[in-house]
Design a protein around this ligand. Sequence first.
Ligand code: 13P
Ligand code: SF4
Length: 323
Amino acid sequence: MFTSALPQKTQTVGSLPYDPFEAIEALKQELNAVILAHYYQDPDIQDVADYIGDSLGLSRQAASTNADVIVFAGVHFMAETAKILNPNKLVLLPDLSAGCSLADSCPVEAFAQFKAKYPDHLVVSYINCSAEIKAMSDIICTSSNAVKIVNQIPQNQPIIFAPDRNLGRYVMEQTGRDLVLWQGSCIVHETFSEKNIVQLKLEHPEAEIIAHPECEPTVLRHASYIGSTTALLKYSQVSPTKAFIVATEPGIIHQMRKQTPDKYFIPAPGINNCNCNECPYMRLNTLEKLYFAMKHRQPEITMPEEIRVAALRPIQRMLEMSA
Ligand code: 13P
Ligand code: SF4
């Protein structure tokens, strides 16, 4: 199972061409490549991407692309999902150590033991997990379709929900179902401080608090809207409100500002006002590393075929159930 050490900024060999955007565009044509980027990526990467989205949107794009090469500007589990869907394509991740604390919080052996205690339970796993955990699951979900998917499972079918306990609790609330939760979490979303958010709201009473369901319940209870990154972006566009306190990774604010330049967005602060609200894994990818990954056609995502085949089935179920 891929696990990520605490991320360190690494150097690339060589320097970027004079116009990296033009050079990346040329490589895109040469390789017949598509660049898929998550909203938590640096603004430069978002600006060079062919598609920017949340985990569900990115999976759908990966499932439908005609490109020969997928350059995945996101974290390992996302690029791995693209590879599971596209065994014959080259899938590149600019920095192979761009992992995810939430995926790491669900190790394979411990999860196998946990699952064995509930033999009659269906396993619904959040996409933020390794290929091995996906292979042990019945259905995958993302933050944008978790409620919809659980609602389609018969009421008398008991469910294990893994690995995020905060999203799991939120799904329990929304569906009224009793789920057995794996106690995993994301270091970024658990860093938001209720006290600082309440303080910020007092300073900006005109602002709406919007939050990702990976946040703790103490933060979610102050939010007027809860949703995936794409849902938060859409909400910020359609809401008549002009100001938002955004409780998720602040990379998304780049798109929010681009879509509605007349509104303003305040990143929710972490404890002690640290900048630990930035995902240290996502931010390992840089424009420079993306360029070199395309130039050298590596680092490449690979995995054993039996894991890939077993992980594909629950991902396909998710795509069918959220069509
Ligand atoms: P989304 O489903 O909103 O893309 O969430 C992905 C993620 O990693 C949140 O931390
Ligand atoms: Fe993983 Fe959290 Fe980073 Fe999302 S923000 S990729 S859940 S560590």
